[in-house]
Write a protein that binds this ligand. Structure first.
Ligand SMILES: *[C@@H]1O[C@H](CO)[C@@H](O)[C@H](O)[C@H]1NC(C)=O
Ligand SMILES: *[C@@H]1O[C@H](CO)[C@@H](O)[C@H](O)[C@H]1NC(C)=O
Ligand SMILES: *[C@@H]1O[C@H](CO)[C@@H](O)[C@H](O)[C@H]1NC(C)=O
Ligand SMILES: *[C@@H]1O[C@H](CO)[C@@H](O)[C@H](O)[C@H]1NC(C)=O
Ligand SMILES: *[C@@H]1O[C@H](CO)[C@@H](O)[C@H](O)[C@H]1NC(C)=O
Length: 446
């Protein structure tokens, strides 16, 4: 009887194993149309990393400062533009799962989480926290997970990492740096990731970080870029969900709202007014690069065309401000100066150039025109005042678009410009799609 029970259990285990194997290198059956996770702003009341003392209007200058900061003295070569890491998603990693809140970043590929470092006493260095906040991070204890494995340095997965090397045990040891000087290092590993307790992804390659320094106010980072190691590429390679995802960024002032980051069929952006533009070849595999052909202001009578018919621009969730070529930005600023019915003022800390005093002024009288970006393939995306101007302190409204610089030479469509837009990325169709949306009231993840 005892033996029979053991055999029955083995049969059951075998059956479970076959079920899991039946789904291939797979996701749970509930995910045929894809899955969604919650996306929150790191300064939102929903984030454990938020600072209660930071008033909603103070978030923007804090984020702008992060966006403009760059550090060329870090000594670490980086191919990633300056990041400000504003949006977080939750991932459950390992068996049993550890819930971790990671930065969602479309401008890089590597997925990494803070792992246990016995010699470092689990101390996570954060030499550059701009506000001295001391939220404790969750550390993933790789030694307690039954599904954790390290990756050999001769493995295919190790190859896309430009700064990877073999450690003494022939494991893939990586170092990964971001444009602001932040960096992380550890062993490339594989683990089971679980999203919203339902969708399981076994054998996801990720960085088990035992050393990191910089501006990461999170337990890790999920790269959503176009390269092979990003979450979207790994999901595409392991499942039939395809290489696509979409998100909707709630406005900075919506303190408590979250929205969805979706994968698979439910990531398709087909809302009314959706406009798609083709991805173009990018120097860095991670970047979603599209062509910006012209900028139209207000009634579309004033159109500024890009100098050489088009200019390349990166669509990025991890950069706060929008960076444009002076040939496009100069005439745009000139036209805004003519139309905006407000008194000019100085930006605090001279962070931004075009600022207005809005003390006691009814918003209806500001006269800020819509700005339409015309992308390759005829896609027109309208930026409302919410997307172009931002309050940097009480009563001071500034243009959140700045010119590219030597430190930041790439044009970037940042996350202020993407608020209240549903943005879909599809690496199979090679498109980025934008549609106007009310992100705080769009359906939450289920
Ligand atoms: C960064 O590099 C630029 C251009 O080389 C230089 O002008 C700037 O002073 C440097 N900044 C720092 C903080 O070293
Ligand atoms: C553990 O942390 C210490 C202190 O930050 C660091 O010097 C060491 O290199 C880390 N160990 C590993 C294996 O990364
Ligand atoms: C898991 O991924 C690694 C690295 O990509 C690969 O070498 C290994 O064969 C995979 N294992 C399974 C069971 O799929
Ligand atoms: C946001 O949530 C916090 C904590 O739950 C609450 O105290 C606050 O009133 C909420 N704010 C808004 C605008 O709903
Ligand atoms: C410009 O602002 C003034 C002063 O508030 C207001 O009286 C006027 O109606 C505004 N004009 C427009 C076109 O909104």
């Amino acid at each position: 009887m005892y033996a029979a029970a053991i055999i029955a259990m083995e049969v059951l285990l075998l059956f479970v194993t076959l079920l899991l194997a039946g789904h291939g290198a797979c996701f749970a059956a509930s995910s045929v149309d894809g899955f969604s996770v919650e996306l929150i702003h790191r300064d939102s009341a929903l984030s454990p990393f938020h600072e209660p003392a930071l008033a909603p209007h103070a978030r923007m200058p804090a984020a702008a400062r992060r966006s403009l900061s760059s550090d060329n003295n870090s000594g670490v070569v980086s191919e990633i533009v300056s990041r400000s890491f504003e949006y977080l998603m939750s991932v459950n990693i390992g068996t049993p799962p550890t819930r971790m809140l990671a930065i969602a970043d479309t401008g890089s590929d590597l997925i990494w989480v803070t792992c246990r470092n016995d010699t470092g006493n689990d101390l996570v260095e954060d030499d550059d926290d701009d506000d001295g906040s001391s939220s404790s991070r969750t550390v993933f204890d790789q030694s307690r997970s039954s599904t954790y494995a390290v990756v050999g340095c001769d493995s295919e997965a190790c190859r896309p990492l430009s700064e990877a090397s073999c450690d003494a045990g022939s494991h893939c040891q990586y170092q990964y740096a971001y444009g602001d000087g932040s960096h992380t290092a550890g062993l490339l590993s594989t683990e089971t990731f679980t999203f919203l307790d339902a969708t399981r992804a076994p054998n996801v390659s990720f960085g088990c970080s035992t050393r990191s320094a910089g501006t990461f106010r999170a337990d890790g980072l999920v790269g959503l870029g176009g390269g092979a190691l990003s979450l979207v590429s790994q999901i595409g390679a392991a499942t039939s969900l395809g290489r696509k995802f979409s998100y909707c960024l709630v406005p900075y002032y919506s303190t408590n709202a979250s929205s969805a980051l979706s994968f698979g069929a439910r990531a398709v952006v087909s809302d009314p007014g959706a406009a798609s533009t083709p991805l173009v070849q990018s120097d860095v595999a991670a970047y979603y690069t599209v062509e910006l052909e012209a900028v139209a202001i207000g009634d579309q009578q004033t159109v500024v065309a890009a100098k050489s018919s088009s200019t390349r621009i990166i669509v990025d969730s991890g950069t706060t401000l929008t960076f444009l070529d002076p040939a496009l930005l100069g005439p745009l600023v000139g036209e805004l100066e003519r139309r905006v019915n407000l008194t000019r003022t100085r930006s605090p800390e001279q962070l931004l150039d075009l600022c207005y005093d809005v003390h006691g002024r009814e918003e209806t009288g500001w006269g800020i025109p819509d700005v339409t970006l015309r992308f390759g393939g005829g896609a027109a995306v309208t930026l409302r005042p919410l997307n172009t101007f931002t309050l940097v302190q009480e009563g001071t409204l500034c243009l959140a678009i700045v010119t590219v610089s030597e430190a930041q030479p790439m044009s970037i469509l940042g996350n202020v410009a993407q608020q209240d837009l549903h943005v879909g990325y599809d690496l199979d169709a090679r498109t980025v799609t934008f549609a106007p949306a009310d992100c705080a009231n769009s359906s939450p993840p289920s």
